[in-house]
Ligand binder design. Structure first.
Ligand code: 1GP
Length: 240
């Protein structure tokens, strides 16, 4: 059943804030997963995102099959590469790195993924992915060989997000990068949100309840947190 995107839209119209816990197969120890998922299930998390910049073939499949046994929350792939696609998940963010100018990450990887995607029944959600500089190089930047967009050129980011919407993308993801020193600034979130009709995802560097609330207040519909959950499980309790 392909309903993840429809459910995101329904939650937004009900004014519910969405929160994804990002699990990187490269960093998550399977032995630790059960305990981690108990924390997730008892928290305000609404989605599980799975993905990373450097993940070994089949690692995502193994991880997602265990996650599915431990939670009823939707599991959405947020892949760093084509090898991270598995039909055990509920949906796939079909990411186009529209902040960059590397054709591989605008269309190349997408074409490469079709031999897998055409044979499985995975919900595919076209997503405009926009990397914003945060003071230090990110893994996305290194892996994709692209430059992030400048923090102080908000208009250029707004135009890029809207171009993504006009191209037919269903979500826009503003990304400061995993472990970013600073999250995306609220002014940028609110300006992008004002311009868009489609939902806005914000992630990277969010480490406190206050930062999470600021992102929602500025207009983020769905916030993604990875590092803060990985580093300190009690962060789940702080969000209650
Ligand atoms: C990274 O936006 C996500 O792609 C989450 O970032 O790990 O900094 O929470 P953090």
């Amino acid at each position: 059943m392909k309903k993840i995107y429809q459910n995101i839209l329904a939650s937004i119209s009900n004014k519910e804030n969405l929160l994804a816990a990002l699990i990187d197969p490269d960093k998550m120890d399977l032995e630790y997963l059960e305990n981690f998922m108990q924390k997730v299930n008892a928290s305000i998390v609404t989605h599980i995102f799975v993905g990373g910049s450097t993940v070994k073939r089949d690692e995502t499949d193994a991880l997602v099959s265990v996650i599915k046994k431990l939670t009823n929350l939707p599991v959405v792939l947020f892949p760093g590469d084509v090898t991270q696609i598995t039909n055990i998940a509920d949906a796939l963010l079909f990411l186009s790195l529209i902040s960059g100018r590397n054709p591989e990450y605008l269309i190349g990887k997408h074409v490469e993924s079709i031999s897998t995607l055409k044979n499985i029944n995975l919900e595919v959600i076209p997503t405009g992915y926009i990397l914003i500089e945060n003071g230090k190089p990110t893994s996305v930047q290194k892996v994709t060989g692209t430059q992030p967009m400048l923090r102080n050129n908000i208009q250029h980011v707004v135009d890029t997000a809207l171009a993504g919407e006009f191209l037919g993308m269903k979500l826009i993801y503003l990304e400061a990068g995993s472990g970013a020193t600073h999250p995306i600034e609220t002014k940028m979130i609110s300006e992008v949100k004002k311009a868009l009709q489609i939902p806005l995802i914000v992630g990277g560097g969010i480490r406190s309840k206050q930062e999470l609330e600021k992102a929602y207040q500025a207009g983020a519909d769905l916030v993604v947190i990875g590092t803060a959950f990985e580093n300190d499980e009690s962060f789940f309790d702080n969000l209650l």
